[in-house]
Design a protein around this ligand. Structure first.
Ligand SMILES: [Zn+2]
Length: 134
């Protein structure tokens, strides 16, 4: 869609990459929790996993605000627009499907709570994992 709108393969690739690469921070969270030895089970373990500490450094409303600020102040920069649209789409879809509380997407909130998973996951997710774990 962005490729078609801007008629630019580069813009399309930037939007695609920014929409996917933001999830690299899950690798960091997984590594902090499991170390380097269990990468084979990365996708199995990330679903329904409750981490004690949730960093999610790229999944931050603050970065989204900065991106949109850069778009507004540089409206002719199609690369920045493409990046921001890909990033925004990712954040909207994550907001709908991930078990993170509304406040949990603020990096400042996570820092204040020392990345404590009990403060970052949604209450319904915490309840579900408590029942599942006994
Ligand atoms: Zn994500």
């Amino acid at each position: 869609m962005i490729y078609a709108y801007f008629k630019s393969l580069t813009c399309g690739l930037i939007a695609f990459a920014s929409g996917i690469l933001v999830d690299l921070d899950h690798v960091l969270d997984f590594t902090v929790h499991y170390g380097l030895k269990k990468y084979r089970s990365f996708f199995v373990n990330m679903k329904w996993l409750k981490l004690h500490r949730v960093f999610l450094l790229f999944h931050s409303y603050e970065f989204l605000i900065i991106s949109w600020f850069l778009v507004i102040t540089n409206p002719s920069n199609t690369y920045m627009i493409s990046f921001t649209l890909g990033f925004t789409q990712h954040m909207l879809l994550d907001r709908l499907h991930n078990p993170i509380s509304q406040r949990g997407y603020f990096l400042i909130y996570r820092i204040i709570h020392k990345f404590n998973g009990e403060k970052i996951y949604s209450s319904s997710y915490l309840e579900t994992t408590r029942k599942a774990n006994g």
